[in-house]
Structure formats: C-alpha cells, structure tokens
Design a binder for this molecule. Structure first.
Ligand SMILES: *[C@@H]1O[C@H](CO)[C@@H](O)[C@H](O)[C@H]1NC(C)=O
Ligand SMILES: *[C@@H]1O[C@H](CO)[C@@H](O)[C@H](O)[C@H]1NC(C)=O
Ligand SMILES: *[C@@H]1O[C@H](CO)[C@@H](O)[C@H](O)[C@H]1NC(C)=O
Ligand SMILES: *[C@@H]1O[C@H](CO)[C@@H](O)[C@H](O)[C@H]1NC(C)=O
Ligand SMILES: *[C@@H]1O[C@H](CO)[C@@H](O)[C@H](O)[C@H]1NC(C)=O
Length: 474
C-alpha cells in the first residue's frame, strides 16, 4: 500500500525515465533551435508561404492570371483583354492552341505574354469529352502554375477565358477576404439552370473566371495527370477541373460578383439589378447585345470602364429611392443605369432583374437561378430607362457626379394625365455620390438616396448617402 502510494519521481525506474526525457527534450530543443535559425535563411524555406505575413493585405501583385485563348479568335478577343489588363501591373499568361502568327509581333505593352499549350496527344485515349479542347484548357492551371512566378509571391491563380472582362480592384478586394494559405476555389455558377445542370451546380464557370489559392493550385497542378485520366468523359474543362478539386476535398466558395452571363439579347435588366456584392467579372459580350445603346460591344465595355476607373466599389450597385411629390420610384445601378417608375414599388420587387434578356438555352422552366420581373407594357409599370453617359470627379464638392441619359423614347402612352407628374420629359439624371471609396465590409447595407431637386424641365439630381440607423426604404 505504502509502496503503491510512493510518488512517481521517487521510484528509481521512473527517475531514470525522467532523466532520459529531460535529455531528449534538451536534444530536441537544440535541433529545434538549429532548424529555426536555418529557416530564416531563404534556402532553408521549404514552403515559403508559411513565412508570409498574413497581415499584409492581398494586392494586385499577388494575383497571377491564366487565360485560355485560341489563335484564330485572338484578334477579336484581345480587344476584351485590353479593356482590363494593366500592363506591367497585372501578371499572367495567355495560352494558345498554336502560335498566333497573324498577331505577331505581340506587344507586351498591351497584353499578357502568350504561351503555346503543351502537346496533349498522350491523353488521346482519355479524351471522350463533348468538346475537343477540354484537356488543353483544363491544363492551363497546371501550365500556369509551372511557370516561374517570383518564388512564393503569388497567392491566387485566377483562371479566365479570353473574353472574360475583370474589374481588377474588386477582384482583389474579394480575394483579400480569404486566407490564401488555405484551400480556396472561388467563383460562381452560371445564371442558367440548364448550364449548371449540364455541367455542375457546384462548379465555377470559367467565363466568369475563378481563383484558386496557392496551395490548391499546387495540389491541382500536381494531380492533373491523374485527374484527366479519371474523368475522360465529363462535359467541359471547368467540370473536369471542378472534379479534380472535389477529389482534393475542396468545394466551391461562391462570390456573386463573378458573372458567366449565360443569356442572349439585352442584359440591361440584369445589369440594373446586380446583387449586393462587388462586380468582379462580366463575360459573353459577343453573345449579347451591346450593353449601352448606340455603341458597339467593345465601345460599351470601355464606356463602363470609365465609371469603373473612378469608383469600382460602387459599380452596378443598386440603390432605391422615392420622389414622393410625384409618386416616382428610382432604381439606380451605379455607373450603368437609372430607372424611373411612375408608381411606388418596394425594393424587394426592384431587386429582381427585369427580364430584358432571353435564356442561354431552352429547357428549364423557370430558366434562371434567380427571380425575374416580366417586361411590363403598362406605362405605369414600365420604367423610363437612362444609361450612364459621363463621370466627373468633383473634388471641390467632394462628390463624384455620374450622368445618365435616356436611351430612347419609351413608345408608350403617358402614365398620368397631369403632365408635370409625368417622367416623359426627363432626359437626364445627375447622380451625386460621396467621393470616398466605400470599400466593402461584410454586413454593410446598400446605400440610400434622395431625389434632390428638378433641374430645369428635363433633368434632376439624385444624391447617394449612407442610410440612417434603422432607415427603411419605403
Ligand atoms: C506583419 O505586418 C504588420 C503590418 O505590416 C507588422 O506590424 C508586423 O510587425 C509584421 N509581423 C511580422 C512577424 O513580420
Ligand atoms: C503588394 O504587397 C507586397 C507585400 O506583400 C509589396 O511588396 C508590393 O509592393 C505590393 N504591390 C503593390 C502593387 O501594391
Ligand atoms: C513596363 O516596364 C518596362 C520596364 O520596367 C518599361 O520599359 C515599360 O515602359 C513599361 N511599360 C508600360 C506600359 O508602363
Ligand atoms: C401614389 O400612388 C399610390 C399607390 O400607387 C396611390 O394610391 C396614390 O393615389 C398616388 N398619389 C398620387 C398623388 O398620385
Ligand atoms: C399636377 O401636378 C403638380 C405637381 O405634382 C401639381 O402641383 C398640380 O396641382 C397638378 N395639377 C393638377 C391639375 O392636378
């Protein structure tokens, strides 16, 4: 009994054990000190990412773009790349199926450098995909990762098509929310139920672009060969990649600002009711009408970029307010459009896009992943549509002034008989927004607005501001 109560340390055997524990502890400590002194030497850094100071926010130099292009369409698609690419600032590569001979020389002052994709003939027996170029495009991430990228500086690999248009500041803003040292696959599904169902509802669409954090890109690149062999029949490159990523135990993080734009015709209704999220990308401009009236497609994109250059964080953000005197509702999509309705509609209704567009592919009813409003024919329900025309940064008044002009007459009868209550004579709207860039914080509300005054007969001013505590937009 007494013996059994003797403490651990008093037993001779245990004293011996203790001694050896202490000795091996000292030994491990010495090894640890040796290794940690070595690890401050760059040559000893096995995984450079662990030394990254997480508190340095992600900026544009931490992103690397891998763009899937094709030599026969480049002369057309390069015009879209030019709208967003910032020479000497953005880093990345365009991958071509073959040398784009007719586009040489290739000015690096305008585009990313190109690479011709590696020969994929060794995968011939695994290529039973619906499209012939699936393997080449899926391997863009692998080939991008394998290129030299300044030893550990890159945090995000951003994959895109040659007709993807990015809003870079917003892309950086969105990615900087996430820890690039973890496994992230960030993008968005298609707006079209049929597109998602053909591919996957859990997949980021490459046209909208998507980002892989460094460790995920590395794991995907290292396992690409196996993955191609495992999925010889999936529909497209994005689905092949999503399958590889799923096999690594990583699922899609959806960010609402990436847009595949699986629509046809007029997408003004969609662009006038953007979700409350930074606009990150747009795509498929060649599949839809020019987004501004009386401009061609490229001119339209460059026109939107004028607003983006002044305040990207507000771009397409929707704000609703009322002009009670006339019973009017205003719906603003910053830098793109203003709609005036000659009746009162609640925000919950106006946040649904007007269905100005048609489905990408028929086959699902409803066809879209979101609610829409049918195009009204009643003059009191149909909006007066004004499109972004110019931007002026007025630092004196501490406001940015964007101006919107009527696209075309409505070709509808007046809603009200009293002419001074009718919006038919309004041709121009000036929107004042506080100069400071709002930035984006999760949990922020949309901004509020006031209709300030009528300016002369044909124009009026609307002013954006922060909503007051507990303010209800009604
Ligand atoms: C990380 O960065 C912050 C801000 O730049 C700095 O204050 C801090 O000292 C850095 N920490 C390390 C360990 O380098
Ligand atoms: C981005 O941040 C890094 C530090 O992580 C810094 O060295 C670099 O100059 C920054 N680049 C830009 C364009 O701000
Ligand atoms: C890009 O950088 C190079 C070298 O740093 C310089 O010669 C060139 O003029 C720069 N180009 C642009 C478009 O800024
Ligand atoms: C404003 O609209 C409401 C509801 O649509 C209607 O009841 C009211 O009569 C209208 N007021 C005026 C002044 O037109
Ligand atoms: C027409 O509307 C204006 C502005 O709301 C109002 O001042 C005026 O009295 C109205 N006229 C008639 C005839 O109702």
């Amino acid at each position: 009994m007494v013996k059994a109560r003797r403490s651990f340390f008093t037993s001779r055997l245990n004293r011996k054990i203790c001694k050896s524990v202490v000795i091996s502890g000292v030994f491990l400590y010495i090894v640890y000190m040796f290794l940690s002194s070595k690890s401050s030497n760059p040559k000893w850094r096995m995984i450079p990412d662990f030394t990254v100071n997480i508190s340095t926010t992600t900026n544009i130099s931490h992103l690397f773009f891998g763009i899937a292009g094709a030599s026969n369409t480049w002369s057309k698609k390069k015009l879209y790349v030019e709208t967003w690419w910032r020479p000497n600032v953005t880093r990345g590569l365009v991958f071509m199926d073959k040398s784009p001979v007719q586009n040489l020389p290739w000015p690096l002052s305008m585009y990313p450098p190109f690479r011709v994709s590696e020969d994929n003939s060794r995968y011939r027996e695994y290529n039973k995909h619906a499209m012939p170029f699936v393997i080449r495009v899926a391997r863009v991430i692998e080939e991008t990762f394998k290129t030299d990228h300044d030893g550990g500086v890159i945090r995000w690999y951003v994959m895109a098509d040659d007709d993807t248009v990015f809003f870079i500041d917003n892309l950086v803003e969105v990615l900087s929310k996430y820890d690039h040292r973890k496994y992230f696959y960030i993008g968005m599904r298609s707006e079209s139920i049929v597109s998602n169902s053909l591919n996957s509802f859990e997949m980021a669409f490459g046209g909208g672009g998507y980002a892989l954090s460094y460790p995920l890109a590395k794991a995907v690149a290292q396992n690409m060969d196996l993955c191609i062999k495992r999925y010889p029949t999936v529909f497209g490159s994005d689905q092949l990649l999503q399958s590889c990523i799923a096999d690594l135990g990583v699922s899609l993080t959806q960010e609402k600002g990436f847009h595949q734009i699986d629509f046809h015709r007029d997408i003004s209704g969609f662009l006038s009711a953007h979700p409350q999220s930074p606009l990150v990308s747009l795509h498929h401009f060649d599949a839809v009408d020019p987004i501004f009236p009386s401009m061609n497609r490229i001119e339209s994109v460059n026109h939107l970029m004028k607003a983006a250059a002044v305040d990207q964080s507000r771009l397409l953000q929707q704000t609703i307010c009322y002009y009670n005197k006339n019973n009017w509702t205003f719906s603003v999509s910053w830098g793109y459009s203003v709609q005036i309705y000659e009746d009162i509609f609640p925000p919950s209704y106006l946040y649904r896009p007007l269905e100005t567009f048609i489905p990408w592919k028929k086959g699902a009813n409803p066809p879209y992943m979101f609610n829409t409003r049918p195009l009204p024919t009643d003059p009191c329900d149909a909006p007066h549509f004004f499109f972004f025309s110019s931007v002026d940064e007025n630092r004196v008044m501490n406001h940015i002034v964007t101006t919107y002009k009527r696209g075309s007459p409505r070709w509808l009868p007046a809603c009200v008989s009293n002419a001074s209550r009718s919006a038919d004579h309004i041709s121009k709207i000036r929107l004042l927004s506080p100069l400071m860039n709002r930035g984006w914080q999760d949990g922020d509300r949309r901004e509020c607005c006031d209709v300030v005054h009528l300016v002369g007969m044909d124009s009026l001013a609307v002013k954006l501001r922060d909503c007051m505590n507990d303010e209800i937009v009604a």
